[in-house]
Design a protein around this ligand. Structure first.
Ligand SMILES: Cc1cc2nc3c(=O)[nH]c(=O)nc-3n(C[C@H](O)[C@H](O)[C@H](O)COP(=O)(O)O)c2cc1C
Length: 194
């Protein structure tokens, strides 16, 4: 039997992004963002939703730039710290020992220890309510060579990203096993299979 559970923000799992930004004086900060995702392929763009209460919101308003860093499971504790505490209270790079590196293409830092980062400049902001959505045009991606596959794409099994389970678990999850080829397995319904 189906049950109504109400108007809630549940699409678990969510991605675990780490958003890098500078304040107006150039001090780097990171925060965790799960409410986000790719939103356009041309121009290549990603959307992240932030509360005004975060330092990152004000940093991005000032600089019009941010990075979306993709962390590996090995840095789960550092990532959680970045989602628990504000840069208003702590220098999160100093506390975690992570390294901020200035992007060569946008005015924002990325995390050196994380396998890759999308370097974005703000193209639009959409005030929704508690959250404001920042649309970032992806100007470049900086990646560790070791996580790229033979075609030059970040390899999910080498990157080892992790997910946030959202309401219902409030826990982090690793990626499971590969299932089937996308844009392929569904063809069986209309194409003859020998
Ligand atoms: C798993 C996880 C996901 C989060 N996702 C978001 C999000 O999508 N948007 C948001 O505004 N805050 C989100 N947060 C909370 C912020 O990361 C948190 O408020 C952080 O302290 C803000 O940092 P800042 O003030 O240094 O910018 C999330 C926290 C965690 C742990």
């Amino acid at each position: 039997m189906k049950k109504h559970i109400g108007a809630k923000t549940v699409v678990n799992p969510h991605p675990t992004f780490v958003v890098g930004s500078y304040n107006a004086e150039g001090k780097p900060n990171i925060m965790v963002v799960s409410w986000g995702g790719i939103c356009c392929s041309d121009p290549p763009s990603i959307a992240i939703a932030l509360r005004e209460a975060t330092l990152t919101y004000h940093n991005i308003m000032a600089t019009k730039a941010f990075t979306v860093c993709i962390p590996s499971t090995e840095h789960l504790k550092e990532v959680d710290f970045a989602g628990l505490y504000s840069g208003k209270e702590y220098d999160k790079f100093e506390v975690t020992g992570l390294t901020a590196v200035k992007s060569e293409v946008v005015n924002a830092p990325y995390v050196k220890e994380f396998p890759y980062a999308l370097e974005c400049k703000v193209s639009k902001t959409v005030e929704i309510g508690l959250h404001t959505q920042f649309i970032g045009q992806i100007m470049d991606i900086i990646a560790d060579e070791e996580v790229l596959n033979e075609k030059g794409w970040p390899d999910i099994e080498k990157v080892k990203p992790f997910l946030y389970g959202g309401f219902g678990s409030r826990a982090y999850y690793s990626i499971g096993a590969k299932l089937e080829k996308a844009f392929s397995v569904g063809k069986k319904f209309v194409e003859n299979q020998e």
